[in-house]
Design a protein around this ligand. Structure first.
Ligand SMILES: Nc1ncnc2c1ncn2[C@@H]1O[C@H](COP(=O)(O)OP(=O)(O)OP(=O)(O)O)[C@@H](O)[C@H]1O
Length: 624
């Protein structure tokens, strides 16, 4: 569970449920009609005992025959059919509005997740987000369509039923209420304890979902290291914790239900004795006594269902609290109030006095980036070199504003990137990470994910050029060519193939600034050389900042910058730095030429019809 989860919202029930009101405004009338239908069904159910009363009293009158009996039976049957029809009507009224609210809230949740900064996603487990997006909203819908309406209707049914009982006999009414009062007190205490345990269970279910998600993702590592047993043990432990919570939950619900069922039964027993005494004393007629017990039977159902309905309402509160915990998370990386528009971008990138530390850095600790000054000329390729963990990836993540600087500025063509809209910034800046993420889509859709319209170039041209530049021609030889499904639910690609698709994606966006976080690490030296030489041509007009883990990657850059102790301590050509900087030589010596995930590139032969014409160079801002 994350820190964020522990902020268990202590908002009152009404305050939490009240947050639904903006959603309810648009579905107010269908919901009202649903409520009225349910209420009418209850009133009809309460009318039946009154018919019994008339029936019994008239049937017991000497000489009345059976005529009234049949009429009474027909009325009871008619009321029964009416009640069933009204219940069906309630379902009809609420089903569309409730699912509409659920869909709307789920879409809003997804939109909000997309907009939240990486820093938020670092803190929250994916299972927690998944369970909030799916099961919590699903539960909220069920509560809205059934629980909320039935709670109101149940309370009103009990109130009307008790009033009718008092009207028939205040003595019997008092006995029933005497039994109902402890239920209210007990119900109130139950509300508090059940709310806590229900929250715990929902959080634990979210953690369990995270565990499943992580082990599915990491199945290769778990298998390769033979850690399946440990993962299973850890999972079983978590599952048992959830089981214990669920048992606790079920037990407290069982105790509540016991009290709620037992007390009315005791009241009915006592009522029967008192009722017979009243009838024999002539203070109550037999019809009223029968009607009283028939009404008590109708009201007993709602009284018994009060517990589960209250519990459902509390769980719905928990679900809503969990939903709004995410919705209330502030987007720390947002558009400025009045964004500056850059127009044509040259691609001059500058880090000016940049400081940065992650949000979880202890106070007083030295910044990870401690005053970075670095200028990249338009069209220049700059390699970023430094020992492992010195902050290279972190520095790169500042350019597309995955994180914001904590001090200083990152400037694009002299403008602080925080003054641009995120959409504009990310149109100009494209990224490829070492750790590639491909979506469950075709190669084409993955590559063209961020591709903008380019005058004079069809999407097919952009795709072909990007695949060529990334030396990812193997895509044409896949079973369905570039329409082959890849990603989690598609064809498995090698590490190097994935990297090249991701690189093609970054290139297809044809950005002014390309940020590459060691995107060639999984390639063998020969393939890397081919990719590098194509990249050099393709990136001729694109400013590129590339993290290099291998000397060959450094060699393709115009200049290299050395990141050391949070600062850029040297900038120059590879040859200059090699000749004049000891730390640079030390870092380069520690870099390996071996790819971490060997990808031979043997499958890279291009189909005959690919790339036979003069290949166009992807130049920013101008059609090739
Ligand atoms: N999201 C994060 N939250 C908190 N700390 C982080 C986060 N990402 C990285 N760090 C920490 O910041 C430091 C620098 O990490 P970074 O990935 O930027 O280094 P790097 O130079 O790119 O390393 P490498 O060469 O091994 O890829 C590390 O100590 C790392 O643990």
């Amino acid at each position: 569970m994350t820190d964020a989860d522990t902020t268990a919202d202590n908002a009152t029930l009404l305050a939490s449920l009240g947050r639904l009101s903006p959603q309810l405004r648009t579905i107010f009338w269908p919901l009202m009609w649903g409520l009225l239908s349910a209420l009418a069904a209850s009133v009809v159910a309460l009318l039946v005992p009154q018919v019994y009363r008339v029936l019994v009293n008239s049937a017991l009158q000497p000489g009345n025959g059976t005529k009234g009996l049949w009429t009474g039976a027909a009325v009871v049957l008619g009321l029964g059919i009416l009640e069933a029809g009204l219940i069906a009507l309630r379902r009809q009224f609420v089903i569309v509005p409730a699912t509409t609210v659920e869909t709307r809230m789920r879409t809003g949740f997804y939109r909000h997740l997309q907009s939240l900064a990486v820093e938020f996603h670092d803190r929250w487990g994916s299972g927690q987000l998944l369970s909030r997006a799916m099961s919590d909203l699903n539960f909220m819908r069920r509560w809205l369509a059934f629980g909320a309406i039935m709670l109101v209707v149940t309370a009103l049914t009990v109130a009307i039923g008790v009033a009718l009982m008092f009207a028939m006999s205040w003595e019997l009414g008092l006995i029933f209420v005497a039994a109902a009062a402890p239920i209210v007190v007990f119900g109130f205490r139950f509300r508090q304890s059940y709310g806590l345990v229900s929250r715990r269970s929902q959080d634990q279910a979210g953690d369990l979902a995270t565990a499943v998600e992580e082990s599915v993702h990491g199945i290769r590592v778990l298998k390769a290291f033979g850690r399946g047993r440990e993962a299973l043990d850890a999972f079983a432990g978590q599952a048992q914790e959830l089981q214990a919570t669920e048992i606790h939950k079920a037990k407290s619900l069982a105790v509540f239900s016991l009290v709620v069922t037992l007390l009315p039964e005791l009241a009915l027993g006592a009522g029967l004795v008192v009722g017979i005494l009243l009838v024999s004393g002539g203070r109550l007629d037999v019809g009223a006594l029968v009607a009283f017990f028939a009404t008590a039977a109708v009201v007993a159902g709602p009284v018994e269902s009060m517990g589960p309905l209250m519990a459902m309402t509390l769980a719905a509160k928990t679900s809503l609290d969990r939903h709004f915990e995410v919705m209330d998370a502030v987007n720390t990386i947002a558009d400025p109030a009045a964004p500056v528009r850059l127009g044509a971008v040259r691609g001059a990138l500058e880090f000016h006095g940049v400081h940065f530390h992650y949000p979880d850095t202890p106070p007083g600790a030295k910044d990870l980036l401690d005053g970075i000054d670095l200028k990249l000329r338009p069209g220049e390729t700059m390699a970023l070199v430094g020992v492992t963990g010195c902050g290279k990836s972190s520095l790169l993540s500042l350019v597309p504003r995955l994180f914001d600087v904590t001090a200083g500025q990152v400037l694009l063509d002299g403008t602080d990137i925080r003054r641009l809209s995120l959409a504009e910034l990310r149109r100009h800046v494209s990224v490829a990470f070492e750790d590639t993420t491909l979506f469950s889509n075709s190669v084409r859709e993955n590559v063209l994910l961020g591709a903008a319209d380019h005058p004079g170039l069809s999407p097919e041209d952009v795709l072909a050029q990007a695949l060529d530049a990334a030396q990812a021609g193997f895509a044409y030889a896949l079973p369905d060519g570039v329409d082959t499904l890849i990603g989690e639910e598609g064809l498995s690609l090698s590490g190097g193939q994935r990297q090249r698709i991701a690189l093609a994606r970054a290139i297809a966006a044809r950005p002014a600034v390309l940020v590459l976080d060691d995107p060639l690490s999984a390639l063998d030296v020969n393939t890397e050389e081919r990719v590098s030489s194509r990249l050099r041509a393709v990136l001729a007009g694109t400013t590129t900042l590339i993290v290099a883990h291998r000397p060959s990657t450094v060699a393709m850059a115009d200049r290299a910058a050395l990141l050391q102790d949070g600062r850029i301590t040297a900038v120059g050509t590879h040859a200059e730095l090699l000749a004049g900087n000891e730390h640079y030589r030390y870092v380069l010596a520690s870099l390996t030429e071996e790819p971490r995930d060997l990808d031979t590139g043997l499958d890279d032969e291009l189909p005959e019809d690919f790339g036979t014409g003069p290949l166009q160079t992807v130049q920013k801002g101008a059609p090739a």
